[in-house]
Design a protein around this ligand. Sequence first.
Ligand SMILES: NC(=O)c1ccc[n+]([C@@H]2O[C@H](COP(=O)([O-])OP(=O)(O)OC[C@H]3O[C@@H](n4cnc5c(N)ncnc54)[C@H](O)[C@@H]3O)[C@@H](O)[C@H]2O)c1
Length: 376
Amino acid sequence: MSEFKETKVAPAEGKLAVLLPGMGAVATTFIAGVEAARRGLGKPIGSLTQMAHIRLGKRSEKRWQKIKDFVPLARLDDLVFGGWDPIPDDACTAAAKARVLVMVWCASTEAYQEPGPAHQSLAAFEKALDANDPAIAPSQIYAYAAISSGVPYLNGAPNLSADFPAMIELAEKKGVAIGGKDFKTGQTLMKTIIAPGLKARMLGMEGWFSTNILGNRDGEVLDDPANFKTKEVSKLSVLEQILEPERYPELYKDLQHKVSIHYYKPRGDNKEGWDNIDIVGWMGYPMQIKVNFLCRDSILAAPIVLDLALFGDLAARAGMKGIQEWLSFYFKSPQHAASVYPEHDLFVQKVRLENNLRYLMGEELINYLGSDYTNE
Ligand SMILES: NC(=O)c1ccc[n+]([C@@H]2O[C@H](COP(=O)([O-])OP(=O)(O)OC[C@H]3O[C@@H](n4cnc5c(N)ncnc54)[C@H](O)[C@@H]3O)[C@@H](O)[C@H]2O)c1
């Protein structure tokens, strides 16, 4: 253990303001939930920062600690909220008095966009900003404002937002933590749980058909093909990276992956997702898995907003800047360095997140070699 550094994380002091562009279903469910948890009226289920334990040291040491007691996180009582939304009756308390800020994008998914010339460098981006260039989407202006002011920026939608060279350059220059994209909640969460298991057992797959119905405002926005395209790209990227068809052509080369979302008003926020997975076993025998997930979209997203706000603030106090890949655990389409592929496997993401916390606190990293007692 001695080879690891002592923690350099500054303590969590004062209020932490969580800034929320977009005061819709996710943001309001998050705030209401934090308020309820503070009063003991509900439990923050789904939040690692509030519920999870982390193992420390060797198995034989039997040391476990709650993450919130292990790393110096802001407490729920210290959170204050601020938000923006063009729909005025959703407005929330300003968080002007807080000394520390973190921003989590909870506003609508924007139309699909590839990075263009204006996104390639900070100088080009700032010039385009001055010229009111339509290539700059609203979420990019929020991200620019946050990062320029030293505020960590986490992106809950699949929008480009802070995922292009100019914004990464700004984050590095200002020493600010950024992360994204797109909260990993319903079907994609299931995919990144199920697919790594099937792949680990070398079971083949011919197809994964996902469709869902959803009747909230997010569903309405995603009914527009330009906005759905942004979400579709985010959702489709997952299986390919996990299954690696180029390395395992016998198992996955013919995989057909289809994703659709249907706006169906009567369902409101109660999303229903259907997945049909055509898998292939021993000697090519075909089998099927069906998943019918009746979920509540905002209930799954709210704990992610909380964890991202707390971990984003922790990263800032630890002096971590640029893309925070250790937060990939929370995202459908994890932002990553240009030189590497994104990691989608939920369990690899979890190990990475936990090891990052151990590292920050000067604890031994766990490598699962299993030599913890045989070598004693
Ligand atoms: N709920 C989930 O499980 C989940 C999962 C992944 C991603 N997301 C993403 O999270 C975001 C929020 O989801 P939601 O269900 O709360 O949606 P919502 O439609 O209820 O809320 C979005 C809010 O953003 C506001 N808005 C739009 N453009 C804005 C702008 N430029 N500035 C400020 N506000 C703006 C809208 O008026 C609306 O009130 C969406 O982008 C959604 O795709 C949600």
